[in-house]
Design a protein around this ligand. Structure first.
Ligand SMILES: Cc1cc2nc3c(=O)[nH]c(=O)nc-3n(C[C@H](O)[C@H](O)[C@H](O)COP(=O)(O)O)c2cc1C
Length: 844
């Protein structure tokens, strides 16, 4: 909650004060080497060489300059000890606001003029201080820059809080900028990582900049640092009318020079306005090699007695006093010498980067929100019952068919065609009678079976009353996988059923495997013919992104069974990943680097391949590899099929901060590790990244409307992943009273997540835990074997509104559990529960 609020304020200030800060940063940077630049532009103005005549004394010099500039008085004389240099003079109008700054000849007092570039730097100064708005230091511009300085403090601190990385102790998480990122991720990385680099500098700029913004701030800082009220240091007396007596400076100057000789390279003599008395004569003198301009010693003389009244040496001042006197030098980094000035120059110059990247992030966020809204609106429009004549029914086990159905509805809605999206279980004869067109998006599960949610429909299709669908035109998108012998079998069964009922096909059945471009095109064309917009804008397309493997450990180290691993991932880019219990993680696996290298060596005689081995190696890492002895050319290498995507159940929820998987190593007959499990459990080093995407799986999520109702979680082996995610979600939401039935091989070696389960028993998240261990002699049964004993409790729980969640292997476990449930509840009841979303499975 707090994070959200901080985030909103950060954005809001960013798009307002951010622009002012960008300007202040650039103008500040422009002024950071003003002295050096102006001198470089007019070298002879500052260092014309040693004059023929002797130096004029301060009094004579001042008199000459004031005589040449009627209406002005010399407010400052900056005396240069080196005789080849000119002195600097600041003139202020005796009345009004006029001000002149220039160099004078040290021997004649002749006004040599302003340096080139003075106008530019003056403008930079005005922009930096008050945006050059009317009213100057007392106008609205000053209020705006002051507010922006406060905002900068907020940006720095809230930014730090908002980006706080999960591995806060790892400096790389804070400081390393990954320039391989692109788009939004790159902007974000630039914003947050460079933001961290410059954070302290910005705090310094803002905290010192406020010195000139608010009197109360200045007074408070002075008080805090020196323990004194800030009146003397901070306030200048206003101009008065008339002329106060002006003591001569020369006697004190002669005494000062006699006492200090050439110890100082530069001396400032400041004079008050003519109406104000000059009670003491102060010389602020800077020694050679001073680190910054305010590193000056002050000698105060009594104008009457020419006695030294005070020698205030910089080195002897308390730090608090030094700081209050050097605020300007701190503000521009010069307090820390040349490195400080360069650092402040660079950090000020990066200020617009934050405004620009912040804006880009803001716009991309808005665009995403708009797209999400459009998707929602599109689907709502598309789902508006009775508004069109087109139905889109989906039968999905793991979410793919549902996403496709919704995207189709959106594409149609964008083309002005309204469609109603619904799960196949809701496809009633009345609805079919009312509508003229039907799109059917169906996946196949098990061994050529319908997804669970379509079981009831499939039964009705075969056993139900014959329907007359003579008015209906239909199209079928059957999703499947050619690795299964019954490719798209369920979709294929629906087709003759519809035809048998008299319906006419809008287009021939499209059977689509994963990554099947030809089928994709057919489906796009079919939708287009129905009036869909061409663009896929706003549709749900979940991109693969890089995730870092942050932890991996074996769950059954001593077991002689195949090793099972618990893996934890974090997004490689700083982003908020969202997923829910039940969702599916798709992994883009890679080959073992050693295997790829061995293949490259085996092919080494082909120089063409060797020359391009880096690009080729990258390509081979994600391709189905040929045998070593099969000669490979660049073209044949390019034509290799990519490794197939592997799917796993998410074993954690987003609130956990890591995306967890539970993966068992599988080995082929040749002893080689499986593609997905090999990559994730053996080849991929901890700390490296891989491409993942989390696919929403409505079929195995729980229904929010049934929140608080008990869950009966049944599974085996790595099926603990999906069940654990659900239990974590329940524990997170404080919903108690669930029942876990779980089977593994041995209590000793395969008590996965034992501590967590015990804690859930303890806190009531689980009220019942039944575990079976098939290899332990005292138990020796599978999870499905526990069902008969649990029959009456199970019926009871179902009557109380419980939902059954099954996760794990299809062979043996899920089929056995299904049969057990049929025996207890009856086929019809189970089909109804599946249609109501109270019997959900994630089995594989
Ligand atoms: C356990 C399991 C069994 C499957 N059986 C088949 C099958 O028999 N025939 C087929 O074509 N596809 C089969 N598939 C592949 C799915 O139909 C395919 O992945 C589809 O895209 C899933 O869509 P859904 O997410 O909407 O359920 C099976 C997938 C799984 C996980």
């Amino acid at each position: 909650m707090t994070k959200r609020v901080f985030f909103q304020i950060h954005w809001f200030l960013g798009i307002t004060a951010g622009i002012v800060l960008a300007l202040m940063g650039v103008t500040g940077a422009a002024m950071s080497f003003e002295d050096e630049i102006t001198e470089a532009l007019s070298p002879t103005l500052f260092a014309p060489g040693v004059p023929a005549g002797a130096d004029m004394s301060p009094d004579r010099l001042i008199a000459r300059v004031e005589a040449d500039h009627p209406g002005y008085y010399v407010a400052r004389l900056d005396w240069e000890t080196a005789r080849d240099r000119t002195h600097a003079i600041r003139l202020l109008a005796s009345e009004g606001r006029g001000r002149m700054q220039g160099q004078v000849d040290r021997a004649t007092g002749r006004w040599l003029g302003e340096p080139a570039g003075a106008g530019f730097f003056h403008l930079m100064d005005e922009l930096h201080r008050w945006l050059a708005l009317p009213g100057g230091g007392n106008g609205v511009g000053r209020q705006i820059t002051a507010f922006s300085a406060i905002s900068l403090i907020f940006f720095a601190l809230s930014g730090l809080y908002l980006r706080w990385p999960r591995q806060a102790l790892d400096w790389r998480a804070w400081m390393v900028l990954d320039l391989r990122k692109t788009g939004r991720n790159l902007w974000r990385a630039l914003h947050v990582v460079i933001g961290t680099w410059v954070l302290l500098f910005y705090l310094l700029s803002a905290l010192t900049g406020l010195w000139w913004s608010y009197d109360w701030y200045r007074q408070s800082v002075i008080y805090a640092l020196t323990g004194k009220a800030g009146g003397e240091e901070g306030r200048r007396e206003g101009k008065k009318d008339g002329i106060a007596p002006r003591p001569a400076i020369d006697p004190a100057w002669t005494a000062f020079r006699r006492a200090t000789g050439d110890d100082y390279v530069w001396v400032r003599i400041a004079r008050p306005a003519p109406a104000q008395p000059m009670k003491t004569i102060n010389f602020d003198a800077r020694p050679e090699g001073a680190r910054h301009l305010r590193q000056t010693d002050r000698y105060s003389y009594d104008p009457e007695t020419i006695a030294v009244t005070k020698r205030d040496l910089y080195d002897r001042r308390p730090l608090g006093t030094i700081i209050t006197q050097s605020m300007f030098e701190l503000h521009r980094g010069a307090f820390f010498g040349l490195p400080g000035r360069i650092a402040l120059l660079l950090t000020s110059l990066t200020m617009p980067l934050f405004t620009v990247t912040g804006y880009l992030l803001y716009l991309s966020r808005r665009r995403r929100k708009r797209e999400a809204k459009a998707l929602e609106a599109g689907i709502t429009v598309a789902a508006g019952a009775g508004t069109g004549d087109l139905l889109i029914a989906y039968a999905s086990q793991t979410g793919t068919a549902e996403i496709r159905a919704r995207n189709a509805a959106l594409a149609l809605a964008q083309g002005g065609v309204r469609a109603q999206v619904l799960p196949v279980g809701k496809l009633t004869p009345a609805l079919l009678a009312q509508n003229q067109r039907l799109l059917f998006v169906a996946s196949t599960y098990g061994e050529g079976e319908p997804p669970d949610m379509a079981r009831g429909f499939a039964t009705r299709m075969v056993n139900g009353d014959a329907l007359d669908l003579g008015h209906l035109r239909y199209g079928i998108l059957a999703l499947g996988d050619r690795e299964y012998p019954d490719f798209c079998a369920f979709g294929q069964k629906v087709d003759p059923w519809l035809r048998g009922a008299g319906a006419t096909a809008l287009f021939p059945l499209i059977a689509m495997d994963h990554g099947d471009q030809a089928a994709e095109q057919q489906w796009d064309a079919a939708l287009h013919d129905l009036g869909a917009a061409d663009a896929r804008r706003g549709q749900t397309v979940i991109p693969f992104i890089a995730w870092t493997l942050v932890a991996r450990h074996v769950l059954n180290p001593q077991s002689d069974a195949l090793k099972a691993f618990h893996l934890q991932f974090e997004p490689a880019a700083d982003m908020d990943a969202m997923w829910e219990a039940g969702d599916i993680v798709e992994v883009q696996p890679c080959n073992a680097p050693e295997t790829v290298d061995a293949l490259l060596v085996a092919q080494a005689q082909d120089t063409d391949l060797l020359d391009r081995s880096t690009a080729l190696r990258d390509h081979l890492m994600t391709a189905m590899l040929p045998d070593h002895d099969q000669p490979m050319t660049m073209d044949s290498a390019r034509a290799l099929r990519p490794l197939p995507v592997r799917e796993y159940s998410a074993a954690s929820i987003a609130a956990d901060g890591t995306l967890d998987l539970v993966i068992r190593q599988v080995r082929g007959d040749d002893g080689r590790l499986g593609i997905g499990s090999g990559w994730l459990t053996a080849h991929m080093p901890v700390g490296s990244t891989t491409l993942l995407r989390v696919r929403p799986n409505p079929g195995f999520r729980t229904d929010p409307a049934q929140g608080g109702q008990p869950l009966i979680l049944i599974g085996n082996g790595t099926g603990i992943a999906g069940l654990r995610a659900h239990l974590r979600a329940q524990a997170h939401d404080g919903h108690k009273g669930h029942w876990l039935l779980f089977g593994e091989r041995s209590r000793r070696h395969e008590s996965f997540f034992d501590d967590e389960l015990s804690a859930w028993i303890e806190d009531g998240t689980l009220t019942r835990l039944d575990r079976s261990f098939s290899r332990d002699s005292d138990c020796a049964r599978y999870v499905q074997d526990m069902l008969p004993d649990a029959a009456s409790a199970l019926t009871d729980w179902i009557d109380r509104g419980a939902t059954i969640l099954v996760c794990g292997s299809l062979d043996g476990m899920a089929q056995g559990v299904h049969d057990g449930l049929v025996a207890i509840l009856g086929e019809n009841k189970l089909e109804t529960l599946a249609e109501e979303g109270r019997y959900r499975r994630d089995v594989y």
